[in-house]
Design a protein. Structure first.
Length: 368
């Protein structure tokens, strides 16, 4: 049996409603901004429990624009997690600032105990990353930020609807960025992102920044960007956001099934689960002995698996200017060598999940 990784064909197998609205859009000629975007933003704000949601061109821009609105730029530093996707540091770099890394924990979140040691006179903000559908320890992060006068912008691109202590990812800092990329929890037909905030002035500034700094069609208040969420993508977003909670529930049920099975297989380790956190499993990750051989074994048997991420971000060529060497962030290094992720989406059949489990079990049984 083959087990695919991406559920996109199944996700959009029955989406005539989208095409009906797209036909109306084509006839209207209202291809940028407009009512569909406003409707999607209102739905996203309601889903996240936030006052404002601002649709932008990508998850990267959803992280960059709040930093820009805060005045962060050249010579400034932003603290973030050593194991994250490129976009986190890409956003920091795009405003002219420098990332300052802190190692992660085995729950893939920033190690809060290491944050204060990373603070310098140039530090202006903390960007915690809620990686893999989990949530960082935001209460402690906010305490540190408040004590040092630092802004907090959350990278919640991978953790829509996840909660910690009953509070959603993205609701703690002055703003948070979410991604609508096709591999995220809810997604559109291409790139897209959303910034959420409860701060009225931040909301006003973000709306200027996403649309060339225009106050209206004829008046430019500040320099900005061309990073509006396309109306086409907003229409897709409206369709899928109605299904968001069903998607999350399906992913979480599948993850619980995996957990129960993998805890009994020697050679793999399930990451720690925290009762304070209700995650949403964007990724289902295990720590695996002889990971690369397991990966080859799975792929050879038609079971899709991936590594998030095979090269530590702090060791990428683009970040050599920071002067880090291997070993500077030992937990991140261990994750690079042991993490493996398997399909966990809501469209998986139980038979497919059993195939994943038995493929892993067979690999370790064959080594004994």
């Amino acid at each position: 049996m083959e087990v695919r990784y991406s559920p996109l064909p199944q996700q959009f197998a029955d989406c005539d409603e989208i095409f009906d609205e797209l036909r109306e859009l084509v006839a209207s000629g209202a291809y940028t901004m407009g009512s569909a975007l406003e409707e999607f933003e209102a739905m996203f704000a309601e889903l996240t429990g936030m006052k404002h949601a601002i649709g932008v061109g990508s998850g990267t821009d959803a992280l960059k624009l709040p930093l820009k609105a805060l005045g962060i730029g050249s010579g400034d530093e932003v603290i973030t997690c050593a194991n994250t996707f490129y976009a986190t540091v890409g956003a920091i770099n795009e405003v002219g600032a420098k990332p300052a890394f802190v190692d992660c924990t085995d729950s893939f979140q920033i190690d809060v105990d290491g944050i204060e040691a990373a603070i310098t006179a140039n530090t202006k903000a903390i960007m915690p990353v809620h990686l893999t559908g989990d949530v960082a320890d935001m209460s402690r992060i906010m305490e540190i930020a408040d004590a040092h006068g630092l802004a907090v912008v959350e990278d919640a691109c991978q953790s829509l609807m996840a909660t910690r202590d009953g509070r959603q990812a993205g609701s703690w800092g002055v703003a948070a960025g979410f991604s609508l990329h096709p591999l995220k929890i809810i997604h559109v037909w291409g790139d897209g992102g959303v910034v959420v905030t409860n701060d009225d002035e931040m909301n006003r500034h973000l709306r200027l920044l996403r649309n060339h700094g225009l106050r209206n069609r004829d008046e430019m208040e500040i320099f900005g960007y061309n990073t509006r969420l396309d109306t086409l993508q907003a229409i897709v977003g409206k369709w899928i956001i109605k299904r968001a909670r069903d998607i999350a529930e399906g992913k979480n049920a599948n993850a619980a099934y995996y957990d129960a099975a993998f805890r009994d297989i020697p050679g793999v380790r399930v990451p720690p689960r925290n009762d304070k956190i209700s995650g949403v499993y964007l990724l289902y990750i295990l720590f695996a002995e002889d990971r690369d051989a397991l990966m080859e074994h799975c792929l050879a048997r038609g079971v899709s698996a991936k590594i998030h991420y095979p090269i530590a971000l702090y060791l990428q060529d683009a970040l050599k200017f920071l002067g880090h060497k291997k070993g500077d962030f030992p937990v991140t290094d261990r994750h690079v060598e042991t993490m493996i992720s398997f399909p966990v989406d809501q469209h998986l059949e139980r038979e497919e999940m059993d195939c994943v489990i038995e493929t892993v079990r067979d690999f370790y049984a064959g080594r004994n």
